[in-house]
Design a protein. Structure first.
Length: 557
């Protein structure tokens, strides 16, 4: 028996010798007819822990309807998710980046075991989406990453707010600028329902990156979580996946050097999260494509910043989608020569053909033209120097300074730095250094949104303080912040040599980050360096420490 699109699963479901397998599957509710169709795995990151993923069971049902309508048999299974926002500022945040690897590994294992003919991964939170794409790269069967969608903005006193306002509200509360009732009002209003964080933070950055990569369906994937159009768009995505299965349209045909460069350009033009550097490097690694941290700087330098999205601007992801979304952004990029329109997408159309379908909302002011950019260069820069020989990442879309020089205030963990900010011990001009939070040293490379939000809540500090870390910064971070400093402190990187009061110089135009000590002094300080003891010497974190590489290479395992 030959069924169009049924390639991988034939050894699992066909012939007399597979009767036992079919019996198990019939017992699970599938008919004999179902099993002779292409088998499509649905990797669902559903969880009731937080808004990002709580609605994904409903999304999965709509997706399965579309797959069945188009002649496939969907089989849903779960993988894990970690909420970055909920775990932020705790030891639990160390699990976030580790979860990306576990998600990729678990999807790969289930798909290889069950010989799926196609695969859709449904992601909601930050690490879900790159983890799904990494698995698709390894498997190279027809597949897509589908975004569960962004949350609607919260409303407080007639003004749109996001979770970023709550984190900054914590800092305002600590400094006495708002009271218990004010913080409670922010907390209660910021998250009005299901969906991922609303700004151009990491989740929306990676969702948009998936679309510009071509591995997510343009325009369909970006429909907000609770939109009345979400389920219809999801059913259409299921039908699109089946077309890709019949055509044997695989990730290796879609994720190429040029599509990765398109995604990087999209991040630069939209003011996207610094975490995109880690994740796109990891995706390139899985596909065996030579993409380096320096490519992000060169692409961002030539790609103006045109999307007025929080945290750098005013609008949220729902506004971006309503304005025209990723299709319109792709059209702008292609027409200006900043993206390659010949790249193939999961729909079977090229990126240029998808972009031609863009419908710009009349009078929209969210996605500027390149003739009228918000800033003349993109939102990301890569700095190097004696503090970051392998590089570090800055998001300048949400920073208004191009240089900072000041004394180091050194902290060996995030909690100590946050306590210093909260107690008023940080002064204008200081450079906050948070180390031993890298991929190995954390382990897991925590985000520092709690610290940066506390700084941002004080206008004087925000305008005059800089931060650097071998950990990460959230996509919601604003200000003069450099993350992913590599090599990290735990492996004896130069950040381990910084002492209280050392003068540190950020020079964005020249792309440098230096501490003003001599090479001889640096070598003397690092001589005989011994890393601190691991917090978790056994289990999943120990496995991660033993395997993970530098942040400059994507922190892959």
């Amino acid at each position: 028996m030959t069924i169009e699109g049924k390639r991988q699963s034939i050894p699992l479901t066909e012939g007399p010798s597979r009767a036992a397998a079919r019996s198990f599957l019939r017992g699970a509710g599938f008919s004999g007819e179902d099993l002779h169709k292409p088998i499509i795995g649905i990797a669902n990151t559903w969880s009731e822990i937080g808004t990002c993923n709580v609605h994904l069971r409903t999304i999965a049902e709509a997706l399965k309807e579309g797959i069945r309508d188009a002649g496939g048999t969907p089989m849903e299974f779960n993988t894990i998710t970690i909420s970055d926002g909920i775990t932020m500022g705790t030891q639990g945040m160390k699990a976030s980046l580790v979860s990306r690897e576990v998600i990729a590994d678990s999807i790969e294992l289930v798909a290889r075991a069950n010989l799926f003919d196609g695969l859709v991964g449904i992601g909601g939170c930050d690490k879900n989406m790159p983890g799904i794409i990494m698995a698709l790269c390894r498997l190279d069967i027809p597949g897509m990453m589908l975004y569960g969608g962004s949350i609607a903005p919260g409303k407080l006193n007639g003004v749109d707010i996001t979770i970023q306002d709550v984190f900054e509200g914590i800092g305002s509360y600590a400094s006495g600028k708002i009271d218990d009732a004010g913080l409670e009002a922010l907390e209660a209003a910021a998250c009005p329902g299901a969906g991922a964080c609303g700004g151009q933070f990491t989740a929306n950055t990676m969702a948009m990156s998936g679309e510009l990569l071509g591995i997510s369906p343009l325009h369909l994937s970006g429909v907000p979580a609770m939109s009345k159009d979400k389920l219809a768009a999801t059913r259409e995505a299921g039908r699109m996946l089946m077309d890709a299965v019949r055509a044997n349209r695989r990730p290796s045909q879609i994720i190429t050097r040029k599509s990765l460069e398109n995604a990087v350009a999209g991040v630069a033009a939209s003011g996207g999260s610094t975490n995109a550097v880690l994740h796109l490097l990891a995706i390139a690694h899985e596909m065996g494509i030579d993409l380096s941290i320096d490519d992000f700087d060169s692409i961002s330098k030539r790609t103006p910043f045109i999307c007025d999205l929080t945290p750098a601007g005013k609008f949220v992801a729902a506004d971006f989608q309503a304005a025209g979304g990723s299709r319109l952004l792709a059209q702008r990029l292609i027409n200006a020569g900043h993206a390659d329109g010949s790249a193939l997408t999961i729909s079977g159309r090229t990126l240029a053909e998808e972009a031609a379908l863009a419908r710009e909302a009349p009078g929209q002011v969210v996605i500027h033209t390149f003739d009228n950019p918000i800033k003349p260069t993109g939102g990301l820069v890569i700095l190097k120097g004696n503090l970051a020989p392998e590089g570090c990442v800055m998001k300048i879309a949400a920073a208004n300074r191009t240089e900072h020089r000041g004394p180091a205030r050194v902290f060996d963990c995030e909690e100590d730095c946050f306590a210093a900010v909260q107690s008023g011990k940080i002064k204008p001009g200081d450079v906050l250094v948070i180390r031993y939070e890298g991929p190995k040293g954390g382990p897991g490379m925590r985000e520092m949104l709690q610290v940066t939000a506390a700084v941002s809540s004080d206008a004087e500090l925000s305008a005059q303080v800089a931060l650097l870390t071998d950990g990460r910064f959230s996509g919601a971070t604003r200000g003069m912040t450099a993350g992913h400093v590599a090599p990290e402190a735990f492996v004896g990187g130069p950040i381990a040599a910084i002492r209280e009061g050392d003068i540190i110089h950020f020079d964005i135009p020249n792309r440098t980050l230096n501490v003003e000590i001599s090479p001889e002094e640096m070598a003397a300080r690092l001589k005989g360096f011994t890393p601190p003891a691991l917090r978790w010497p056994h289990g999943v974190f120990r496995k991660y420490v033993d395997r993970v590489n530098s942040a400059a290479k994507g922190a892959t395992t």
